[in-house]
Design a protein around this ligand. Structure first.
Ligand SMILES: [Zn+2]
Length: 296
């Protein structure tokens, strides 16, 4: 059983350093049975290859000292802060557990009739208790698009990054936004880029996805292209700043007091993919140009 407490988990450190690898604390046996009995909600997460059944238990109503007794030396921390220090499979397990338990907290009452709901099917369904209603409610995932916009030009072109006022100082990242009802993913990409920066894009291509259960998003990553002379016209309600950056600019980000999103984010993956593609194209072009340098 993986305990959850006010959006926090318990973690065990592999060493004393602040950046030491962490493992999520999981409890078993009688301790786990007691936690399940006392939990506000329990979700069955699944059965792994060695036949161990995994559950998430929401212990938010517990006193902090009762929680601390579950694991000696375990640290209570938020998953978003800890996930870079976890093995991928364990970070994914906790993200799944957190997304499910947050969904339960937000769906205790029926969205149709307002009556209370009850968890069913190991926590994968909530059913309205109202005899006249009985509506089923399933965990939801909200699609959001995240996109790296590029334009052709000198130094291999440039990419469009923006920043929101609430982000850490100096951080720039890809644009992103939620998909609206009745909209395709590609339409959402073009609309969000247009609304936030006034830039028109085409050649929109899917690149990959990242679950973001904070509380219930799935980030769908895209590349999109703008014209060489595309100018930015900021909508200052969304973004504090947005600029075109060449690869050379990105290489000097640190010197200029700027920073990219964290290494395990899809935003960073989209940016790194763009940088790497040019490097490999550059090598190929060099090989074809019979000894001429790119500047010639
Ligand atoms: Zn209902």
């Amino acid at each position: 059983v993986v305990p959850f407490w006010r959006d926090h988990n318990l973690f065990l450190a592999g060493g004393p350093a602040a950046n030491a690898a962490r493992r999520p604390l999981a409890i078993a046996g009688e301790t786990a049975a007691a936690a399940v009995r006392a939990a506000a909600e329990v979700v069955m997460l699944g059965v792994d290859s060695d036949d161990t059944a995994w559950f998430a238990a929401d212990l938010t109503d517990w006193e902090a000292n009762a929680l601390a007794a579950l694991g000696e030396g375990a640290e209570l921390a938020e998953l978003r802060r800890m996930s870079p220090l976890l093995a991928t499979a364990e970070a994914a397990l906790l993200a799944y557990a957190r997304g499910m338990l947050q969904w339960h907290r937000r769906h205790r009452f029926c969205g149709v009739c307002g009556g209370p709901t009850t968890s069913r099917h190991g926590g994968h369904l909530r059913v309205c208790d109202g005899a006249a209603c009985g509506a089923d409610h399933f965990p939801r995932t909200d699609p959001a698009v995240i996109m790296l916009v590029t334009r052709p030009g000198g130094d291999g072109g440039a990419c469009l990054l923006g920043r929101q006022a609430r982000w850490p100082a100096g951080m720039f990242s890809t644009l992103a936004g939620f998909v609206e009802p009745g909209e395709s993913l590609e339409e959402a990409v073009a609309r969000e880029v247009g609304e936030e920066t006034g830039v028109r894009v085409d050649r929109i291509r899917y690149r990959g996805s990242q679950p973001w259960p904070f509380p219930s998003s799935l980030m769908l990553g895209f590349r999109a292209e703008a014209a060489a002379d595309a100018e930015i016209a900021l909508d200052d309600e969304e973004l504090e700043d947005a600029r075109w950056f060449t690869r050379g600019d990105l290489a000097r980000f640190g010197e200029r007091g700027l920073r990219l999103p964290r290494a395990d984010s899809i935003a960073r993956a989209l940016i790194e993919e763009w940088i790497a593609a040019y490097e490999s194209e550059g090598v190929a072009a060099k090989a074809l140009s019979s000894g001429k340098t790119r500047d010639e």
